[in-house]
Each structure stands twice: as structure tokens, then as C-alpha cells.
Design a protein around this ligand. Structure first.
Ligand code: ADP
Length: 634
């Protein structure tokens, strides 16, 4: 039989290195990971057996068996689940088969992971944790229902390579054999294994069994004891979500969360409820405390696991929750759906729609409650998932107001790190203020210096600070809150009342404005007097319904073909530059200096909105020319 020697992918090598050399506080979790994999393999086999009875291979019930061999120094986790073909073994145990491999490698090298190796758990490294306690791992596997005994043996000592070879395997499923390191032999002790399983894997639905030695009264010789070996089930196997809330400890909830989410940290919130009436189902859902690294990827797997009467149908069912709640993990167990439900059926199933509606309502209520009574915890949640939650404003009209109530904002009047709700904003509005104002940008620092805020600052109006790229889109979709219009300070006409002096200054500039308009007719849509500037000479603004420069950049970077979006140049009539320009204009309408000033003002306005002058070289040389002129006067 041929044995092939293969090299691990770089990321696996790095991961193994981390597993072996980092001080890791909970080595015993390797057993949880292996049992979890075994349980998943059985779930898949059971599901397939519903439509293909040959999967069963006439074997009795599903089980996971732990075997401790003290002589050989091995601990084996065996399952009679779906098993793997040779290709699957190579695909699953030689690479890291998830979407964010690049991020994963970056994370492996980051200081954060080096200091807290458990963080690596969020990448789903399950199987490789075996190497924390074993110096060699052998996997024997055979695919269920293949009709032959052709199995595969995988083996590695984590030295950068692994071998695969064909072997005969009597039973379907997978055995993972850990050759324990000399100082990890304690995992061969029955009490140790028992303790770990009770702690981490009690809820596993399939029996986790082990041969246990007992002393028994001899039936032949009275008074003498004999040793017998009996198979004992070590877990209670009760589906945790079907238990009564009062029977479940926080630890149990947390352990189950780790099982379903592959996250190593505790969840931020547990949502456990039973629905009766039009649809009968139980949901045990979790709000994680940390953002999964791949939540913005296309192939991020959305939705809780779907069970029908305790049988797992799929591990992620995206029809059960709206996309903007895709951070929620957990289990939904329905009593109404048929066991052979397919993805197609799920798509337009009324029961599924009802479950989705129920979960959405319950999740939003839970978040609202958290915001009200545990604000600090809510804030932590919001910092991680606010960006995702916000998407609901655009996608779920029926919940727009509810989600708007969950939003938090920094504002121009509050110190950094202090957050305001829309309601608090309304309560804080100045007399005479009619609208809710917001400003977008890349950072608070940049935003608060923006000239677009000058008049608002003058009037004492608070402005919401929005640093996420999608914000303009979201606020546009929201449109108004409790009857007050929501407006971007960089878009549309802002009519904060002007003083008579400003109005007079404006009138005088009418002909100059016409000249500016003519000179910049290819660049800007219009030139007008500004209601938002106080100290700055001019700025560019988008139309009321147009997209702001942040959004435009985002869409372009996503490869969208955005048509050229001409902006409006607003000028500040009380700025001395215009009076000076007007004087030149009255003397010589064709003045070259005037033309240069107009060009420079436009370039500055581009810089202020975060864009670049069209010709940076011309801009720089014009500025230096003026500097030279000014310096010579000194
Ligand atoms: P994860 O479980 O997060 O996917 P692992 O590294 O633990 O990551 O496992 C990688 C893959 O190997 C699994 O997704 C599965 O396809 C396969 N696998 C692991 N253990 C088993 C098993 N006992 N039976 C069948 N397949 C398994």
C-alpha cells in the first residue's frame, strides 16, 4: 500500500506552532473539539440517512466512543458518523478550509493572538488543538455508505508534514488517535476524561461512551470481588435548549455557545425562548461578544442551526434570521417542519417566515432591554456589531423605527466616547432647530475640524458624528425620526438664518459669482452663497438627494460605476477674500490673478471635502508663487 508524504499549508504550520509552543491555559479543550467534530459527523450521517438508508450500514445507534489505552499511551475518539474519503481528509486536515485565510495568517502573527492564544478559536481550529497534548496524531476514517472497507489513514507529528495511506477499516466513521505527550498522560485517567466531558460536552446529544472498569461481587465465589469492564455513557445528552431555563447554569449556556459558534469567548447575551401557537419552536440564541473576523465576507455562514424535533437538519439556516442580525448564533428546534425539509422548501415556507419574524422581534427586544438596563454591555455590543445592525434601517422598513432607537452616536457637543441616542438628540435640540443634522467622515478628529460645521457650531446646534462608510446610506434611508427630518450637513441647502450684513455682502457679489460659475462650469453644477460657513471661504456640497463624497469613494472602491457627480460650490460672503476679489473684478474682469484665485478656491474646497485637486502640481506651484509674493513684502 502506498503512503504519500504531504506538506501542511503554511497557515497550518503556523497554527500548529502556536498550538504547540504558546502557553495555553485550557489544554483540555482538545477533547471538546474532537467530540464536537464527532458529533457533527454523526449529525451529517443521520441527516443523510433520512434519504439514503445505506448510510446506516445496518449498525446500531449513533455513538462517540472514548478509548484510553494506558499501555500504548493513546487516547482515541471514535465516531460512527459520516467519515471522510481520502480527498476529504487531505482537504480538511492539511489546510484551513475557511474563507478568511489571509486574515487568519495575519491574525496568527498578531500580538493580540500571541498574548491570548485562545482568540484563535474564532477561526475554527478544532482538530489541530490535538497537538497541544499529543506529539503524534493518527486519524483513521471511512466514508459511510460506500459499500466497501476502503478507508484512509492520516498521520502527523506536526513537523510540517503528514502522511496519508489506504487502509482497511471495518466500521464507518472516524477514529482520532492521540499519542499523548509524556507529561500529558493524565488524560488517560477515567476521572479526568469524565470530568472534562461533564464540563464541556454534557449537552452533546449523542452518547459519549467509555469502557469503565468496575469491581463487582463474584457470582461464583461468594465474598470475592471481580473486575469487569462495562461501557458507560458519560454525558447526559439532554438537548440544552429543551431544558427549562431554571435548570441551566450560566456555564452550561456558555459551553453550548462555544460548541455552536466555534468562538472561544463567552457570549454577550443569551436569548432562550419557546414559541407556541401558530408555530411551535424553541430557540436558544446568542449575541456574541466579539465580531467574527469574516462577518463582512460573502461566504460568511449566516443563521442558527436548524433542528426538527431534535434532529439537526443543517448547521446554518439563513432563512431563520434577517441579514442584519447575522451575528446571532445558536439553535432553533421546530416541531412543525417536516424532517426531510430541503433548502428549496425553506425558501418560501410559512413556518420558517413565522420563526424568522419571532426571532427578529425577540432579538430586537432583547437589545432594547440591554440598552435600557445594561448600557455598558450594550455599548460593547454596539461597538462590535452596530455596523451590521444598522443595515436593518435600509433593509427592514417594518423595523426601521425600532432599529433607529437602538442606534448610538457620538456628537459634536459630547466628549469622545460619550454616546447619544436619537431621542436624546431631539431632547437636546436648540430652540428654533427644526432638523436632525449629521456629518460623515473617516474619523472624529477629521470630522470635527470640518468647515461644514462652522455655522452649526455658531448656533450651538449639535451634529451627529458618523464615521462608518455606510452611514450616509443608512441615514438617507431613515429620512426622518419622530417627525424631524434628518439632514447631512454636507448636502443640500442649509438655511440657518443669515444676518442682514451677510445678505448685503451676498448681493454685492452677484456678478462675481456669475464669473466664478462661468469659469468652473465644467467642474461644478452651481455656485451659491453658503449658509453653513463662518471662517472658511468656500466649500463643496452635494445635492440633497445626492451621495456624499465618502459614499462615492466607497462605491467606486467596490468597483461600481458611479457617474460623475458634480457638486455645488458654496461661498462665504463674509470672508474678506471675496471683497478683495470683487475689487479686482470691478477694475478688470479679465484679470489673470482673479482666474488663479478662483481655481485655487475650488482646489481648496476639494481638499476640504477629502478629495484631491485635479492638478496637484499646478495647485502647489500656485500656492508657492503666492507665498513668494507675500514673503517679498516682509
Ligand atoms: P471545524 O470543525 O471548525 O471545521 P476542524 O479543524 O476541527 O475544524 O475540522 C476540519 C474539518 O475536518 C471539519 O470541518 C470536517 O469536515 C472534518 N472532520 C474533522 N473531524 C471529523 C470527524 N470526526 N468526522 C468527519 N469529518 C471530520
Amino acid at each position: 500500500m502506498t503512503r504519500t508524504n504531504l506538506e501542511f499549508k503554511t497557515e497550518v504550520k503556523q497554527l500548529l506552532d502556536l498550538m504547540i509552543h504558546s502557553l495555553y491555559s485550557h489544554k483540555e479543550i482538545f477533547l471538546r473539539e474532537l467530540i464536537s467534530n464527532a458529533s457533527d459527523a454523526i449529525d451529517r450521517a443521520r441527516y443523510e440517512s433520512l434519504t439514503n438508508s445505506s448510510i446506516m450500514e445496518n449498525e446500531g445507534g449513533w455513538q462517540i466512543k472514548i478509548t484510553a489505552d494506558k499501555e500504548a499511551g493513546t487516547l482515541t475518539v471514535s465516531d460512527n458518523g459520516i467519515g471522510m474519503t481520502k480527498d476529504e481528509v487531505i482537504g480538511s486536515l492539511g489546510t484551513i478550509a475557511h474563507s478568511g485565510t489571509k486574515e487568519f495568517i495575519a491574525a496568527l502573527q498578531s500580538k493580540e493572538i500571541k498574548d491570548n492564544p485562545e482568540l484563535i478559536g474564532q477561526f475554527g481550529v478544532g482538530f489541530y488543538s490535538s497537538f497541544m497534548v499529543a506529539d503524534k496524531v493518527t486519524v483513521l476514517s471511512r466514508k459511510a455508505g460506500a459499500g466497501d472497507k476502503n478507508g484512509v489513514k492520516w498521520e502527523s507529528t506536526a513537523d510540517g508534514f503528514y502522511t496519508v495511506e489506504d487502509v482497511e477499516k471495518e466500521k464507518k466513521g472516524t477514529d482520532v488517535v492521540l499519542h499523548l505527550k509524556p507529561d500529558e498522560k493524565k488524560y488517560l485517567e477515567e476521572w479526568e476524561v469524565r470530568g472534562i466531558i461533564r464540563k464541556y460536552s454534557d449537552y452533546i446529544e449523542h452518547p459519549v461512551v467509555m469502557d469503565v472498569e468496575h469491581e463487582k461481587e463474584s457470582e461464583l465465589k461468594k465474598g470475592e470481588k471481580v473486575k469487569i469492564v462495562e461501557e458507560e455513557t458519560l454525558n447526559s445528552g439532554k438537548a440544552i435548549w429543551l431544558k427549562d431555563k431554571s435548570e441551566i447554569s450560566a456555564d452550561e449556556y456558555n459551553e453550548f455557545y462555544k460548541h455552536v459558534s466555534h468562538d472561544f469567548s463567552d457570549p454577550a447575551k443569551v436569548i432562550h425562548f419557546r414559541a407556541e401557537g401558530t408555530s411551535e419552536f424553541t430557540a436558544l440564541l446568542y449575541v456574541p461578544s466579539r465580531m467574527p473576523f469574516d462577518i463582512f465576507y460573502k461566504d460568511y455562514r449566516v443563521g442558527p442551526a436548524l433542528y426538527v424535533k431534535r434532529v439537526q437538519i443543517m448547521d446554518h439556516c439563513e432563512q431563520l434570521i434577517p441579514m442584519y442580525l447575522r451575528f446571532i448564533k445558536g439553535v432553533v428546534d421546530s416541531s412543525d417542519l417536516p424532517l426531510n425539509v430541503s433548502r428549496e422548501i425553506l425558501q418560501k415556507n410559512r413556518q420558517v417566515e413565522i420563526i424568522n419574524k419571532n426571532i427578529t422581534r425577540k432579538a430586537l427586544e432583547t437589545l432594547a432591554e440591554m440598552k435600557k438596563s445594561e448600557f455598558e454591555r450594550y455599548l460593547t455590543f454596539y461597538m462590535e456589531f452596530g455596523r451590521v445592525l444598522k443595515e436593518g434601517i435600509h433593509y427592514d422598513i417594518s423595523k426601521r423605527e425600532t432599529i433607529a432607537d437602538l442606534l448610538l452616536f457620538e456628537t459634536t457637543q459630547k466628549t469622545p466616547g460619550t454616546y447619544t441616542t436619537l431621542q436624546e438628540y431631539l431632547d437636546n435640540m436648540k430652540e428654533g432647530q427644526e432638523e436632525v443634522y449629521y456629518i460623515t467622515g473617516t474619523s472624529r478628529e477629521e470630522i470635527t475640524k470640518s468647515p461644514y460645521l462652522e455655522a452649526f457650531r455658531d448656533k450651538g446646534y449639535e451634529v451627529l458624528i458618523m464615521p462608518d462608510e455606510v452611514d450616509d446610506f443608512i441615514m438617507g434611508a431613515l429620512g426622518e425620526y419622530k417627525g424631524k427630518k434628518i439632514k447631512s450637513v454636507v448636502k443640500g441647502d442649509i438655511k440657518l438664518d443669515k444676518s442682514d450684513k451677510e445678505k448685503d455682502a451676498g448681493k454685492k457679489l452677484e456678478t462675481l459669482i456669475a464669473l466664478i460659475k462661468e469659469q468652473l462650469k465644467d467642474e461644478v453644477k452651481d455656485v451659491r452663497l453658503s449658509g453653513r460657513l463662518r471662517d472658511t471661504a468656500c466649500c463643496l456640497v452635494a445635492d440633497e438627494g445626492g451621495i456624499d463624497p465618502q459614499m462615492e469613494k466607497l462605491l467606486r472602491s467596490m468597483g461600481q460605476n458611479i457617474p460623475e457627480n458634480k457638486r455645488i460650490l458654496e461661498i462665504n460672503p463674509s470672508h474678506p477674500i471675496f471683497e478683495a476679489m470683487n475689487n479686482i473684478f470691478e477694475k478688470d474682469q479679465k484679470s489673470a490673478a482673479l482666474e488663479e484665485y478662483i481655481r485655487l478656491l475650488y482646489d481648496q474646497a476639494l481638499l476640504l471635502e477629502g478629495s484631491k485637486p485635479k492638478d496637484p502640481v499646478a495647485f502647489a506651484s500656485a500656492v508657492t508663487r503666492l507665498m513668494v509674493k507675500d514673503a517679498k513684502k516682509e
